[in-house]
Design a binder for this molecule. Structure first.
Ligand code: 9MR
Length: 362
């Protein structure tokens, strides 16, 4: 009776799920990317929302090589250790992002003392040392790692990263080999964005096939979910996920967020776009500095609902959906000069309509 009364007073029915992790409990894990303040639990209200809604996490920045391995013989474990402890204490499964990525790469990683590219042998040795040291520290605690991130361009060509320049595409199987040797029980992923581009999609299929043909472990492909109101096409996203899963790997939706702002590409006709949205052309870069208009908010919530319903329909292949941040003000997409509304919680931590839709039973 007390439980029922409490549930009613909280606006929920007795059997309605409490948080997103419960709403999708039968389907997949629901994760959040944690920033430094959240990992340090600086704000108790933030902490409560994390505890209520999420059962998985990735660290937004603290496991990247520039943060954790700033100099060749120096590791900085302070925040990364806290991240893993934070998750463990709250029953949240911690995931690792990221081992080999061209961006936020430690400046020393691929160059010699004169700033020239190191030899292939030296780079292999550095990759192996980095992967082995980091994975060994969190062995048995971090459940899975993004081993290689963003190696492929939209058109399917290999990204000209220092790793590719020095080792060619061979750096990818090498990274997976080193990772598996470091922690044989750990899940290993390839992670990339813009997965609706046909060129990248074809190359991802080829890459997964190549790793499997060589007998290397790859558990899942991470489809980063950085989206907008007009991309990606939901049917193509679903079709491509299924095609990748058909190769015998799981799917993780990693880094999910959806910009609520108009997409402006270099070829966009900004004046026409502005007119169609009723926005003055000079305000197009920051069209909603004070609040998101209700009409746009309704469209945003509906599109998010469509995507999450599609994820649920594909729960036979999707293992985890990881949101790239908690509330709008903490998103990498929102800055004072371009205020965006891409996450599931408002600045004040209240849930958006789509969260209520999934967590409150009718
Ligand atoms: O959210 C991250 C932001 O805080 C960093 O400044 C940025 C630097 O590149 O990286 C962001 O996260 C990226 C992720 O690690 C890989 N995929 C793209 C994400 C958004 O840039």
């Amino acid at each position: 009776m007390l439980v029922l009364l409490l549930a009613i007073s909280c606006g929920r029915k007795e059997n309605s799920p409490a948080g997103l992790k419960d709403a999708f409990g039968e389907d997949f894990l629901v994760g959040v990317a944690l920033n430094e303040g959240q990992i340090r639990a600086l704000d108790s209200a933030t902490d409560s929302v994390i505890r209520l809604h999420f059962n998985a996490a990735e660290p937004e920045n603290c496991l990247k090589s520039e943060a954790i391995h700033p100099e060749e013989d120096t590791y900085d474990w302070e925040l990364a250790d806290k991240y893993v402890d934070f998750c463990t204490e709250r029953g949240i499964t911690p995931y690792g992002h990221v081992l080999i990525w061209h961006s936020q790469l430690s400046p020393w990683f691929a160059v010699d003392e004169n700033g020239n590219d190191v030899s292939p042998e030296v780079l292999k040795q550095r990759m192996k040392e980095h992967i082995t040291t980091v994975m060994t520290r969190y062995k048995g605690r971090i459940k899975g790692w993004d081993v290689v991130n963003e190696a492929i361009e939209d058109d399917g060509s290999w990204r000209q990263s220092p790793f590719y320049r020095i080792l060619g595409e061979e750096y990818i199987p090498l990274a997976f080999q080193y990772a598996h040797e470091a922690d044989p029980d750990c899940e290993l992923y390839y992670n990339d964005y813009g997965m609706h581009h046909e060129g990248r999609h074809r190359r991802v299929l080829e890459l997964v096939g190549m790793l499997k043909d060589r007998g290397l472990r790859i558990d899942a492909v991470g489809f980063q979910g950085h989206m907008g109101m007009d991309y990606p096409d939901i049917d193509i996203f679903e079709k491509y996920m299924r095609e990748v899963a058909d190769m015998g790997v799981g799917i993780c939706i990693t880094e999910w967020d959806m910009s609520a702002l108009p997409t402006i590409t270099s070829s966009a006709d900004v004046a026409t776009l502005a007119q169609s949205l009723g926005i003055a052309p000079e305000n197009m870069l920051n069209p909603y500095p004070d609040a998101l208009p209700e009409e746009i908010s309704a469209q945003w919530n509906k599109r998010v609902e469509d995507f999450f319903s599609m994820f649920r329909r594909n729960s036979d292949i999707i293992r985890r959906v990881n949101i790239w941040g908690l509330n709008d003000s903490s998103s990498w997409k929102s800055t004072p000069r371009r205020r965006d509304y891409p996450l599931l919680f408002n600045d004040d931590l209240t849930p958006k309509d789509v969260v209520k839709h999934f967590t409150i039973s009718e």
